[in-house]
Ligand binder design. Sequence first.
Ligand SMILES: Cc1ncc(COP(=O)(O)O)c(C=O)c1O
Length: 400
Amino acid sequence: MSVHDDDKLGLLLSNRLEQLSSPTSISSLEYDLNAGVPDSESLPLEALRRAFDEVLSVNPKQALTYDTPNFGFEPLKQAVIETVAKTLGGIDESWVSLVSGSAHGLDNIAATFVDEGDVILVGAPTYPGAIRTFTSRGAKLISVDQDEYGFSAVGLDAALTSGAAAKLKIKAAYLIPNYDNPSSTLMPLERREALIEVAKRHEILLIEDGAYAGIDLSGPPPASLFQLAQGRGVVYCGTFSKTIATGLRSGYILASPSITKALKFMRFDNASSSLVQQAIHNFFTSDEYPEHLEKIRKIYRGRRDVVTEALDKYCKSFVTFSEPQGGFFHWLTLREGLSATEVREVAALQGVAISPGRGYYLGDHVEQESRVRIVFSALDEVSLVQAIKLLGKSLEIISK
Ligand SMILES: Cc1ncc(COP(=O)(O)O)c(C=O)c1O
């Protein structure tokens, strides 16, 4: 084979490509309720322009150089500790690494903990990006059912007990306690405490994904697992994507200093962008940031409310759901007999893109055909109402 023959190069691809499902994409349909992206109109454009200008005027050399000694701009690490872990004593920069978004953070965590065949427990349902990342690092995934409070502690205990009996090497459980993607569940305090107790007893790591932290639409959430466990046995992965901008590709991992050291050792990216971290620091620590956060919460609260109302008006006889307390999604349960795959097909003909449940489960799961995720964050209120009206029409067509 000539290595210049592109067709034959396909033979060199890793087998892992076949193990992974496709990533989600932006739809070209008129109403995209599929892509879980933030509102583009409220991006803090002016504030970021000033923040980047300031970095390039004041600190250009440091901002435009590899930051491999520290793996992250120290003042931003401090600011992250102040906001995310301020109630914990004894936490300093040695607990923080700055990464290129939480997608990179999850990959860094997997690279650091997973040996081929190790098991990571994930929710049923869970975030498809985590399924892809962990699988691509050689992990075997086993799911634990979610209920209305999120990842089940009883389910975790049962999975760990049967896993131990089967001599599986279960290393971690991955969960999204605040406004889960896709189920939008907000885990109550007692569930968080129960999960920490179970994980501690079975000596596994909890990987806490805080991607939607801050998008609080009905008051503040309980303390994070990381806070409750005083940072012991929990690795917290956070991001600036949902509260500032996805294109910054910037996030952070909070973990004990020994884990943080291992995470840095397992990075081969010459550190994330120092320029971006310094600009984020300028904005994140300014008086404008809390105002920005309030502004986007107000927008998302309004959108959540109109979607809740529109679902009640146009889709009531076909779906049930719990109102999300934060985040970006409504997670619908279809009436018996309706299929999510069919809803997607018929809604697409009406110009509406939705995500059927299938992508959020490992393999076949009884729930996958009866669940649908719809996104309220990206479209304006008028478009959302129109989209839900068309979704209702699609459900009516299928029900006939
Ligand atoms: C639960 C969850 N974790 C992580 C991510 C990755 O986000 P980012 O890499 O932009 O921080 C997403 C993005 O949608 C998400 O929904």
